[in-house]
Design a protein around this ligand. Structure first.
Ligand SMILES: Nc1ncnc2c1ncn2[C@@H]1O[C@H](COP(=O)(O)OP(=O)(O)O)[C@@H](O)[C@H]1O
Ligand SMILES: [Mg+2]
Length: 257
């Protein structure tokens, strides 16, 4: 379950990443990265139903459930007038000031001994569950001066469920097949089939019931019933195919370095 937070202060724009976002202070006095839903034409829809908001919320709820580390997150309400021209609901990711994104060009596989392999493969399999093609180095935060194994947090699930602008028919047509895409290249070179199988198996069990996660995220983001039902079916189909999807993905990752 996530918190519902109201933003009380605009703390400025963030330049990192591909989409406009801002730092805001929440009514819990903590600092959040606020991501606004954008539509296919790039227009902001503060407060309006958004697949991207659903994707972020549902992915983070499921991540916590299966054990993929993510920053604390919230459904953020930005009141009218706080930030020029934008108001309404957005995804809030608690700002992690002692973490930094992996540098461009990083491959986890080339430094796998620095990480807890089981957690790396859990994230790899989790992206297959969600068919999330977007796992760039900038979508993994690591602790700047942490010990070993290197702790990391997964961020940016706006492109889960095949992308940020899915419709219910497309989602059902896309319930088979790998999430692999060039932007998942942070995982290139991963080749441990047994760790991949263990991770997939863990997700099968931890995501035995996905209905509650889908319902919570759908209600918060105002998703239509037909989309909610498709998202639910999509996850169940992919969860049931988890082991074969993950093994196919690791075979592909092993070839692409
Ligand atoms: N919770 C957070 N804590 C610290 N930095 C963050 C957080 N969320 C995002 N960032 C920073 O913002 C960048 C872009 O965020 P991301 O969610 O990947 O947005 P985009 O959809 O634009 O790629 C990240 O690479 C990271 O540098
Ligand atoms: Mg990103």
């Amino acid at each position: 379950m996530f918190h519902r937070i109201t933003a009380t202060e605009d703390l400025g724009a963030i330049s990192a990443g591909s989409q406009p976002k801002r730092f805001v202070k929440g009514d819990d006095c903590r600092k959040y990265v606020a991501k606004w839903p954008y539509d296919a034409a790039g227009a902001s829809h503060g407060g309006i139903c958004s697949k991207e908001l659903f994707n972020e919320l549902c992915a983070s709820i499921l991540a916590e459930r299966v054990g993929v580390p993510v920053p604390e997150f919230a459904l953020l309400t930005v009141p009218e007038g706080l930030v020029a021209s934008i108001a309404g609901l957005c995804f809030g990711s608690l700002y992690m000031d002692n973490y930094e994104a992996l540098p461009d060009g990083s491959h986890i596989a080339s430094a796998i001994e620095e990480y807890d392999g089981a957690t790396v493969y859990l994230l790899f399999a989790f992206d297959e569950l969600l068919r999330n093609p977007d796992r760039k180095p900038g979508d993994i935060l690591t602790m700047a001066r942490g010990g070993r194994p290197r702790r990391f947090l997964a961020i940016d699930h706006g492109n889960a469920f095949t992308g940020s602008h899915w419709d219910s028919a497309h989602l059902l047509r896309s319930s088979q097949g790998n999430a692999t895409d060039d932007s998942r290249w942070v995982f290139r070179g991963l080749n441990d089939k047994s760790l991949a199988a263990v991770a997939a198996d863990r997700i099968v069990h931890a995501a035995a019931d996905v209905r509650e996660a889908v319902n919570e995220a759908a209600a918060a983001s105002g998703l239509a019933d037909v989309d909610r039902a498709s998202a639910h079916a999509f996850l169940e189909i992919r969860r049931d195919a988890m082991v074969s999807l993950t093994l196919a993905a690791v075979a592909k990752a092993a070839e692409t370095i």
